[in-house]
Ligand binder design. Structure first.
Ligand SMILES: [Zn+2]
Ligand SMILES: [Zn+2]
Length: 250
């Protein structure tokens, strides 16, 4: 049995933990059933990357659609600091479990599995990436977890793209309140000036097109505050790439 396993290693699916048998040179990460239910975005908002209806090019929030009286339907309409946001998957089904595993163990395996999907998004959308920068964790979270999942993702992606990754340059200056139940506006307020670019890094990012990497984009507030901070520190542009995005944003 031992010898057989050497030639035909048994892997466990990253999502449901079912055993997967694979050939000698294969490293399968998901079983067929979980792989089948990975939700890929079909039509997305050109700006924020969230799912939109069949005929929409940008979502209501990004184009600030007005109602009959000329009042913006969504008062939180926002001109993002990032150029575009894109993600590999919709935050749904098996992807939710994948993200959990990324945050709470198995981060290396998940990152190796999703990195080719992220690289493919970069190539498909011709995203600008002179440098890759991960979204930093809050200091308390970083201490509890011992690693930053965005940095793990960024490192795997950087290998595939042959791009430099600068992990420690963007840091959190303070703890922020939990954002789960907050609206975009509340989150923006909560995050204002929560990030900073380290002084030596200012030279490294000056005039550079930055690819900001994170696991999930929810309202876009965190990514946008990071983008604002990076641009203020001299970056030429910031594009946002995440493993998943929460589909309904308006
Ligand atoms: Zn599975
Ligand atoms: Zn949008």
């Amino acid at each position: 049995m031992k010898i057989l396993e050497t030639f035909f290693p048994v892997f466990a699916c990253l999502v449901c933990r079912t055993e997967i048998n694979a050939g000698q040179d294969e490293t399968p990460y998901l079983c067929g059933a979980c792989d089948d239910v990975l939700m890929v975005h079909t039509r997305v908002c050109d700006k924020c990357g969230r799912s939109v209806g069949l005929h929409a090019f940008v979502c209501d929030r990004c184009n600030g659609k007005k109602n009959k009286r000329g009042v913006a339907k969504d008062k939180s309409k926002h001109d993002w600091y990032f150029t575009r946001a894109r993600s590999a998957f919709s935050y749904d089904g098996a992807v939710v479990d994948l993200i959990l595993r990324l945050k709470y163990g198995a981060e290396g395996d998940v990152a190796r599995f999703v990195a080719p999907h992220l690289a493919s998004v970069v190539r498909t959308h011709k995203m600008a990436a002179d440098l890759i920068v991960p979204v930093p964790l809050a200091p308390k979270r970083a201490r509890e977890r011992g690693y930053n999942q965005a940095a793990v993702l960024a490192a795997e992606l950087a290998k595939l793209l042959g791009t430099e990754v600068l992990s420690g340059i963007l840091t959190r200056t303070r703890e922020t309140a939990a954002q789960k139940k907050m609206t975009l506006l509340e989150r923006q307020e909560n995050l204002r000036n929560a990030f900073t670019v380290t002084t030596p890094a200012r030279l490294a990012i000056k005039g550079k097109r930055i690819l900001l990497v994170d696991d999930v984009i929810t309202t876009g507030a965190t990514a946008d505050e990071c983008a604002r901070t990076l641009k203020k520190a001299g970056a030429k542009s910031v594009e946002v790439l995440t493993v998943a995005s929460v589909a309904s944003m308006c």
